[in-house]
Design a protein around this ligand. Structure first.
Ligand SMILES: Nc1ncnc2c1ncn2[C@@H]1O[C@H](COP(=O)(O)OP(=O)(O)OP(=O)(O)O)[C@@H](O)[C@H]1O
Length: 591
């Protein structure tokens, strides 16, 4: 039998916007439940809260008795292995083809051989009608196909709880009917507990055992289909009939100001919470005959359906109807002031840095990903870094050369310019280029994954995005910074040598001799250590902003911009701190 999901007193706001409050419902194990509601009432937010991807302000979500709200992230990752989730747009991993997407949870969480995985993947692809498309990338298939591939991935581990966000979006009516039938077959075969978010009236009438409806920031009704579908509750009957007349308007905002023609505000449930003594009719067409529910084509008995009927006939289930929409109105959450937000973001950034360090030593290591990212960062950064290094080394040599001539210390030009290049210029130039090129690309990539729900999909599959995505990228930035810093140092020193000896008439011997006379081996190391630390900062900041991208393409653009600016600011500050510490610990020769 499927897992249990018990939601009690759940309240969620984003800033000052209260999404819903005091939502209480239990998904009966093995049964299919549908959650309805006009657009923007927070159905997707509810689904993500159940998975622990969004933290509510109040309430509990017990998954087989364990509270998802208060559980630590490691516990949540384990709990989420019970889930199969179909996100609104499929949330396929863009870099993997359809086959690898569906195989992914099996490869991560089972010890099945590739041959066994292949059999299961093909079986699921066959179920959703996608045989023949397994080699295509998500960008090469239609929205409806992505949805079906997402469903195949959600089902591949035979999860105990399946959550589905709008299965019909992007599908034509025939495929929607086929998909509804498929969900019935899956429920029959696995007895999984299912929660389906939908706008589709036909699906809502024929698929679920139980229905709930969100409206005006609360759960207005929840209960068995036998009662829910026959109710004459103004909101529910308007929604189920698709009638434009009634309390539901064009948007949440207009709903609130709507001159309630259907008498929703006067509508009250009887003391038993049942429908029998409801007093007003909405004017919208109520359903009079209970529609037929879908049954499995295989002829098998749906255990969840049997249990549901038993519960209902024995009086073990009743219709919940919210009695007063304003009773528990939560006051808007005050928006934190900019200082509090900045401090919170700094704390979160620091926490991500610490998590990255600790998860770098935890198996499984994403070595392949780290090497690919390293190569990627180096490939887009090396040329700009070198092109910046040559004039930078030359400018330092020219400036110091002129200065040393003025103070009569021309013989020390070599030492001065080598130290300036190796200790200061090279690490800064390297990391500015890595942050501006590699970091920006990393931030954009993670941000795009976030807005396509790929990050949430990873977490639902029970994989930590920090371990899988952040750690390899940060290690790649550190390694790339170390490598490029060496290259930039060499090029900068050679550039300085060229300008000092060829342009300013210095002697090659004096250039090198002054360096060995004044510099020490730590002077070379500190540049390299700085580069690695700066690489770490650039990687962590890029990943942090990517993971916290606001929705939409503008959100990604803003995140990239901020990640580069924050890295630059932090870099110069940290450089100052390290240089000061270094000069205290290792005073120069003769100082
Ligand atoms: N991460 C977020 N940050 C801020 N606001 C958010 C976030 N996610 C959702 N919202 C807001 O929460 C509200 C509910 O969104 P949600 O996507 O859950 O609605 P929905 O009922 O699923 O709508 P639809 O049926 O149109 O998909 C919207 O106003 C949305 O802007």
């Amino acid at each position: 039998m499927g897992g249990t999901v018990e939601v009690t007193g759940l309240t969620k706001s984003f800033g000052r916007q209260n999404i819903w409050q005091d939502v209480t419902m239990t998904l009966p194990p093995g049964e299919i439940t549908a959650l309805l509601g006009p657009s923007g009432t927070g159905k997707s937010v509810f689904l993500k809260s159940v998975m622990g991807l969004i933290d509510p302000e109040a309430g509990s979500i017990l998954i087989d008795g364990v509270d998802m709200v208060t559980a630590k992230e490691s516990r949540r990752l384990a709990l989420r292995k019970k889930f199969g989730v179909l996100f609104q747009d499929g949330a396929l991993f863009g870099s993997m083809n359809v086959y690898d997407n569906v195989a992914f949870p099996l490869r991560e969480h089972t010890r099945l051989s590739e041959a066994q995985i292949r059999d299961i993947v093909f079986e699921k692809l066959d179920l959703v009608g996608l045989l023949g498309t397994e080699h295509k990338l998500p960008g090469e298939i239609s929205g409806g196909m992505k949805k079906r591939a997402g469903l195949a991935r959600a089902m591949v581990t035979n999860p105990e709880i399946i959550l589905i966000d709008e299965p019909d979006s992007g599908l034509d009516p025939v495929r929607t009917s086929n998909l509804a039938q498929l969900l019935v077959e899956v429920n029959t075969a696995t007895d999984a507990t299912m929660l389906v978010v939908t706008h589709n009236i036909e699906l809502a009438r024929t698929l679920p055992d139980n229905l709930g409806m969100l409206y005006r920031r609360e759960l207005v009704m929840f209960g068995p289909r036998e009662e829910f579908l026959l109710t004459d509750h103004p909101v529910v009957s308007q929604f189920m009939s698709g009638d434009p007349m009634g309390p539901i308007g064009m948007s949440e905002e207009t709903d609130h100001g709507r001159n309630d023609p259907a008498g929703y505000d006067d509508y009250v449930a009887g003391p038993d919470g049942g429908t029998s003594v409801m007093t007003r009719h909405s004017g919208a067409r109520a359903i009079e005959v209970l529609p037929r529910q879908l049954v499995p084509h295989s002829g098998a008995v749906r255990a969840g359906g049997m249990r549901h009927r038993e519960r209902v006939t024995q009086g073990g289930s009743h219709l919940y109807v919210a009695d007063d929409e304003d009773r528990h109105r939560v006051p808007p959450v005050p928006r934190p002031n900019p200082l509090t937000r900045a401090l919170r973001a700094t704390g979160d950034l620091f926490a991500l840095g610490m998590d990255t360090v600790s998860l770098s030593f935890k198996r499984p290591f994403a070595l392949k990903e780290a090497i690919e990212q390293f190569w990627f960062v180096v490939s887009i950064s090396w040329l700009p870094a070198l092109l910046v290094a040559i004039p930078f080394g030359a400018v330092i040599a020219l400036q110091l050369g002129t200065l040393t001539v003025q103070i009569g210390a021309q013989s020390f030009t070599g030492a001065a310019s080598v130290l300036a290049v190796v200790q200061q210029a090279a690490p800064i130039v390297t990391t500015l280029v890595i942050a501006g090129a590699g970091g920006a690309a990393i931030c954009a990539e993670i941000g795009s994954r976030r807005i396509r729900d790929e990050i949430d999909a990873l977490r639902v599959i029970g994989i930590s995005p920090v371990q899988r995505l952040v750690v390899p990228r940060v290690l790649a930035c550190m390694a790339a910074a170390a490598l490029l810093n060496g290259l930039v140092s060499v090029v900068g020193v050679l550039g300085g040598y060229f300008f000092n000896v060829v342009v300013q008439g210095g002697t090659p011997g004096a250039y090198l001799a002054s360096f060995t006379a004044l510099a020490q081996i730590e002077d070379l190391w500190v540049g390299e250590i700085k580069a690695v630390i700066f690489g770490f900062l650039a990687g962590v900041i890029a990943c942090y902003r990517g993971l916290n991208t606001a929705p939409g393409p503008k959100g990604v653009g803003d995140a990239v911009n901020q990640s580069v600016v924050i890295t630059f600011l932090l870099l110069f500050f940290v450089n100052f701190v390290i240089t000061t510490l270094y000069l205290q610990l290792f005073p120069g020769k003769g100082a």
